[in-house]
Design a protein around this ligand. Structure first.
Ligand code: ZN
Length: 145
């Protein structure tokens, strides 16, 4: 349940921020989470609400924004998105055939492995970066003093 530890980390950062700036409460907090994390926003919201009880973060309006993943090749400079990754992987790694006859992409079971399996769609280099769409950060806060 990494949503709970992420929520806890966010709340702790907010409390520190409030102390630094002399704020007494937050009106709104905007969190940007990368597509690649596949954050369960419902669980995250619950964790945030529960863990903030009794702190000055309690009652803050939580806005969650997903950031699309973007990959960038260090060799040729090509950029591509997560949908392209899914397409490449389903073409390159044969689909898993279930006894029922339905086919599932390997990526469906191994989403976290996708970046490790990937090559640049343009030059086939494995030297690339995930330029955006990873991690989680506090992108905006509205404080009350
Ligand atoms: Zn390339």
């Amino acid at each position: 349940m990494h949503e709970w530890s992420l929520a806890e980390a966010v709340i702790n950062s907010l409390i520190r921020l409030a102390e630094d700036r002399g704020a007494t409460a937050f009106e709104e907090v905007e969190i940007t989470h990368g597509e690649i994390m596949e954050l369960d926003t419902l669980v995250f919201r619950t964790a945030f609400r529960e863990l903030s009880k009794g702190t000055l973060v309690e009652g803050t309006r939580l806005v969650l924004k997903e950031e699309k993943a973007k990959f960038k090749c260090n060799n040729c400079g090509a950029e591509w998105d997560f949908e392209t990754v899914e397409k490449i992987l389903s073409e390159e790694f044969s689909v898993i055939e279930e006894p029922s006859g339905t086919k599932e992409s390997a990526l469906h079971f191994l989403p976290n492995l996708a970046p490790a399996l990937l090559k640049c769609p343009s030059c086939k280099s494995r030297d690339f970066d995930l330029a955006s769409g990873k991690g989680l950060r506090i992108s905006k806060v509205v404080m009350r003093t």
